[in-house]
Design a protein around this ligand. Structure first.
Ligand code: KG4
Ligand code: ZN
Length: 344
C-alpha cells in the first residue's frame, strides 16, 4: 500500500550510512540516484581491522562535508528533502550514533521526517537503485538473496520491499570475515577480501584443498575454515619459511574457491527448496569476481535469472540506504526523534 503521494511532484530522499568505517551520503529522487558520496577511513589500515573509537571520530570529521557534497552534486538543498533516511543498525554503536544524531539534527532544522533503515535491508534493496545513464534490472518478488558482507552471511527470501524471511544464517563468522581473517594470516592488508580476489586471479583454485564445514539446514559456518587455514599454513611454514610468499596466488585462489563453494552449496539447496529462480547477491563480498562468475555460471546451468549489484553498490554505501528509505517513506514508514541505534 502506497500511502504517501509524493511520486507525482517528486520525492527526494537523503540517505546517510555510518555503520562501520565508511561515511556516505546519497540523494535519491523518485528512485533514481542523483549523488552518492563516500569518505573511506584509511586510518584503520595500520591496525589490520576497524578500530571502533577511531571510526566514530572519523565519521564526526566526515559527515558534514560528505552530506554537503551529496546535496550539491544532486543540485538540491536540505530544504528540498522530503525525508532523511539513515542506517539505524546493525553496526558499531559509536559510528551509528554519528549518523543517527546528524540525521536527527538535520530533520529538526529543515522539518523533513526521519526514516530509519536496517543496514541489511539496504544491501538487499540496492538492487532497486536506478542510475541516470543505464537501465539496471530489478529482481521480481519473490527472489532469493545471498547477502554476504563483513558482518553477515544470510540466505533471504525477499517477498516485497519490506517482507524478508531469513532462511539461512552463519552460526559464527561471516564470509567477509573469513576473507579478512585468512588474509591477515597471510600478512595481507585489511580489508583482505579485495586483496585475495586480486591475487586469486593468477592462482590455481585446485592447488590446495580446505575442509568445508558440516552445518545443518541452510546455515553457514566459517570459523573452522579460518582455523584450518591457519594450522595448514603453520605446518607448511615450519618446513619452508617462504611457503606463503611462494604460493600466495594459489593460496588465495584455493581459499576463495572454498568460500564460494560453501556459499553456493546452500544457495543451490535454498533455490531448490523454495523453487525460486530469481537469485541475487548483495553485500561487500558480492564484489568478489569469482563469486560473480559463479552466480552467472550456476544461473545458466539451472535456469535462474541472476542479479549482480553494480560494484559501487556492493560495499557499504548510502545509495542503498536512500533507496530503502525511499520505499519505506512511500509506504508511510517514518520514525520519531526518540529512535536509538542498535548494534546487533
Ligand atoms: O558490506 P560491507 O562493505 O560491510 C559490511 O556490512 O560488513 O562488506 C565488507 C566486506 C569485507 O569483509 C571485505 O573484505 C569484503 O566485504 N569484500 C570482498 C571484496 N570486496 C569487499 N570480499 C571478497 N572479494 C572482494 N572483491
Ligand atoms: Zn554492509
Amino acid at each position: 500500500m502506497i500511502v504517501n503521494n509524493h511520486t507525482e511532484k517528486g520525492c527526494t530522499i537523503l540517505g546517510i550510512e555510518s555503520s562501520c568505517d565508511d561515511t556516505s551520503a546519497a540523494v535519491i529522487r523518485n528512485g533514481r540516484l542523483m549523488a552518492n558520496v563516500m569518505a573511506t577511513q584509511e586510518v584503520h589500515r595500520n591496525y589490520g581491522g576497524v578500530i571502533p573509537e577511531l571510526a566514530s571520530r572519523a565519521h564526526e570529521q566526515h559527515i558534514i562535508p560528505v552530506v554537503d557534497q551529496a546535496l550539491r552534486e544532486a543540485h538540491v538543498t536540505a530544504n528540498d528533502l522530503d525525508a532523511i533516511a539513515f542506517t539505524c543498525g546493525p553496526g558499531l554503536l559509536g559510528s551509528l550514533l554519528v549518523g543517527v544524531s546528524f540525521a536527527k539534527g538535520l530533520s529538526l532544522s529543515v522539518g523533513a521526517p526521519l526514516v530509519e533503515v536496517n543496514h541489511l535491508q539496504g544491501h538487499v534493496l540496492s538492487h532497486f537503485i536506478d542510475i541516470p545513464d543505464r537501465q539496471l534490472p530489478h529482481p521480481s518478488f519473490p527472489f532469493l538473496c545471498l547477502l554476504v558482507s563483513g558482518g553477515h552471511t544470510q540466505l533471504i527470501v525477499v517477498r516485497s520491499y519490506f517482507d524478508f524471511e531469513i532462511i539461512g544464517n552463519t552460526i559464527d563468522d561471516a564470509a567477509g570475515e573469513a576473507f579478512d581473517k585468512c588474509a591477515k594470516v597471510m600478512g595481507l592488508p585489511y580489508p583482505g577480501g579485495p586483496v585475495i580476489d586480486k591475487l586469486a586471479a593468477a592462482g590455481n583454485p585446485q592447488a590446495f584443498r580446505f575442509a568445508k564445514p558440516r552445518v545443518g539446514g541452510l546455515n553457514y559456518s566459517f570459523s573452522g575454515l579460518k582455523t584450518s587455514f591457519l594450522y595448514f599454513l603453520r605446518d607448511k611454514v615450519a618446513g619452508n619459511p617462504d611457503f606463503i610468499a611462494q604460493h600466495q596466488a594459489d593460496l588465495c585462489a584455493s581459499l576463495q574457491q572454498t568460500i564460494i563453494d560453501i556459499l553456493f552449496d546452500n544457495l543451490i539447496k535454498a533455490a531448490a527448496h523454495t523453487s525460486i529462480r530469481e537469485v541475487a547477491i548483495a553485500g561487500g563480498v558480492s564484489a568478489n569476481s569469482g563469486l560473480r562468475r559463479r552466480l552467472i555460471d550456476e544461473s545458466a546451468r539451472r535456469g535462474w535469472t541472476a542479479y549482480l549489484p553494480e560494484l559501487k553498490f556492493t560495499t557499504d554505501n548510502a545509495a542503498m540506504i536512500a533507496i530503502a528509505g525511499y520505499y519505506k517513506f512511500l509506504h508511510g514508514d517514518i520514525t520519531g526523534l526518540d529512535i536509538v541505534p542498535f548494534n546487533n
